[in-house]
Design a protein around this ligand. Structure first.
Ligand code: ARG
Length: 378
């Protein structure tokens, strides 16, 4: 059958049966069933086992992820039947609670309905389910996370009022079909955060940094066997450099490198004295120390690289070629101290996978042109 969905379905189904050692006749029977369904309706439905394995493969195929050794232990929650805003909200809160697990983080994905022929799609506006707001000030500076400025302004337009602190948790905004966006706050009891302190330097602690425990990416679409799942939030646990060397350090994020250097008495006038490098290591040390002390799962970049090396070895043993995006796999701190730096990776994107999709903000231009006070279009 020459149907674009069928080709992809066949590739995925054959892989699913083969890797699990299932019977070939059963595979052919399943393919015939899918073929018929696509002929009749233009699409097909995954069984919950196919969905589970497909999501695991999507993780295994995520070229930018250094944490893929654990792909097979992903916990998959099938919420394709969540149809109302209330049901989606409940499923998202359940995900946060399950993944957080009191600090012993569990990798998980929650899959909502696919985009084709199944009624109104579910979409999530947030980049991550838990994320700090960023408030643009009149002078152009930002209080909070500059990465969240657009989302924060959108929430305010919808009637949300943030406290205006550097670490306000954004509400979650979802949309079902053509319904109005639906906004809700995550109850505080669901959110685990870690105060960032340094094991040796109390002056550093005065910076008052903290970060949330679980990164749950919620804006990407999951594609399995030709079927798109536009809402499929997924999480792992943090590698310390993500928080220390990027979220805190990037000049267009929290930008605290100079303050950190000062807390350590480093001379920030002389860049050749490596104050930036020394400060970023202190931030990594503080993040690692704080998460460990709080009993929240985290991995350092050296251990993560070793785990990735083991993943590569296992994949080769299974007769599979591994794909990766070198520019993302190398850690931002001391990259050449890891094996990843010293080799090349094939950056072909296999399917199933998690893909970027058009941002909802572009789609909601009408909302942007609407007066926030009266709701009247300009
Ligand atoms: N880098 C992103 C952040 O700092 C999170 C991306 C996913 N990370 C992960 N360890 N699963 O929030």
């Amino acid at each position: 059958m020459e149907h674009p969905i069928y080709q992809k379905a066949e590739d995925f189904i054959r892989q699913y049966y083969k890797e699990n050692g299932f019977n070939e006749a059963a595979c052919e029977a399943r393919l015939a069933e899918i073929c018929l369904s696509i002929r009749q309706s233009g699409t097909y439905q995954h069984t919950s086992e196919e969905l589970t394995y497909g999501a695991k493969l999507a993780w295994r195929n995520s070229n930018r992820c250094i944490g893929r050794l654990f792909w097979n232990s992903l916990s998959v929650s099938d919420k394709r039947d969540a149809a109302s805003e209330e049901q989606v909200k409940e499923a998202l809160l359940e995900h946060i609670e399950y993944a957080t697990n009191g600090g012993k983080i569990r990798s998980a994905v929650t899959i909502f309905k696919p985009s084709e022929n199944t009624g109104d799609p579910v979409r999530i506006y947030n980049h991550q389910l838990i994320r700090y707001a960023g408030y643009r000030q009149e002078d152009g500076s930002v209080i909070g996370d500059p990465h969240s400025v657009e989302m924060t302004e959108f929430c305010i337009q919808l009637g949300w009022e943030g406290k205006g602190s550097p670490f306000d948790i954004l509400p979650i905004v979802i949309q079902i079909g053509e319904n109005e966006p639906y906004l809700f706050e995550i109850p505080e009891s669901y959110i685990k955060e870690v105060q960032i302190t340094h094991p040796e330097n109390v002056t550093f602690n005065e910076l008052g940094l903290k970060w949330y425990a679980v990164p749950i990416i919620s804006e990407m679409k999951l594609e399995i066997g030709g079927i798109d799942y536009p809402a499929a939030p997924f999480n792992g646990w943090y590698m310390e450099t993500e928080i220390a060397a990027r979220n805190f350090t990037d000049e267009n994020r929290y930008n605290v490198l100079r303050d950190t250097a000062k807390a350590f008495g480093l001379n920030t006038q002389l860049q050749s004295a490596m104050w930036k490098d020394r400060a970023v290591i202190e931030l990594c040390t503080a993040v690692m120390h704080s998460f460990k002390q709080a009993g929240v799962s985290i991995v350092d970049h050296h251990t993560a690289s070793q785990q990735f090396e083991l993943f590569e070895k296992k994949e080769i043993e299974e007769g599979r070629n591994i794909t990766g995006d070198w520019t993302w796999l190398i850690p931002p701190v001391s990259p050449a101290s890891t094996h990843i730096f010293h080799k090349a990776y094939d950056n072909t994107w296999k399917s199933p996978n998690f893909f970027y999709q058009a941002s909802l903000f572009e789609k909601s231009e009408t909302q942007k042109n609407t007066c926030p006070f009266t709701g009247v279009s300009k």
